[in-house]
Ligand binder design. Structure first.
Ligand SMILES: Cc1cc2nc3c(=O)[nH]c(=O)nc-3n(C[C@H](O)[C@H](O)[C@H](O)COP(=O)(O)O)c2cc1C
Length: 143
């Protein structure tokens, strides 16, 4: 069955955007349609209308999600993400992925069941990570 997937992406220098493109490619090759949103275009109504949503945001600030656009959007839609298929991804730099561990834990503590473990990339995603993300796209399309 063809699936409709929403992807909400924030990226400053393009690394998380590259990750999102790999997911989109994998999902579309598997027959799904993928709608990509900027943070400020995604709200409660959009969250309600998709069963499958991928969120991408790099580590910003001090091991936090970007906090002027992405985080306010995420906090707004968070109560509406239960019983959906949610996937988290993003790029980081000098840290060790702490921002994603915190994001994952916060999601689980809020009753959000993650579709699979998040995927992170140190700066620009490697080909290996892009391949993994294409597979995630396929899995999101079929499951
Ligand atoms: C303002 C700012 C804050 C950042 N904070 C962190 C951080 O806390 N931890 C980390 O590992 N990387 C941090 N980085 C590095 C970015 O997460 C990294 O460069 C990432 O690849 C950017 O993704 P993007 O290209 O999708 O914007 C920060 C970068 C900027 C510009």
């Amino acid at each position: 069955m063809s699936r409709k997937i929403a992807m909400v992406v924030w990226s400053k220098t393009g690394n998380t955007r590259l990750m999102s493109k790999a997911i989109k490619e994998g999902a579309e090759n598997a027959g799904a349609s993928v709608e990509v949103f900027k943070s400020y275009n995604f709200g409660i109504e959009e969250a309600k209308s998709y069963d499958t949503i991928a969120f991408g945001c790099p580590a910003m600030g001090a091991e936090t999600l970007e906090d002027t656009e992405f985080l306010p959007m995420y906090e707004t839609v968070k109560p509406y993400l239960k019983n959906k298929k949610i996937f988290l991804f993003g790029s980081y730099g000098w840290g060790d992925g702490e921002w994603m561990r915190a994001w994952r834990e916060d999601a689980i503590n809020n009753g959000i069941s993650l579709f699979r473990e998040p995927i992170i990339a140190k700066e620009k995603p490697s080909d290996d990570i892009l391949d993994k993300l294409k597979s995630v796209g396929r899995e999101l399309a079929f499951s």
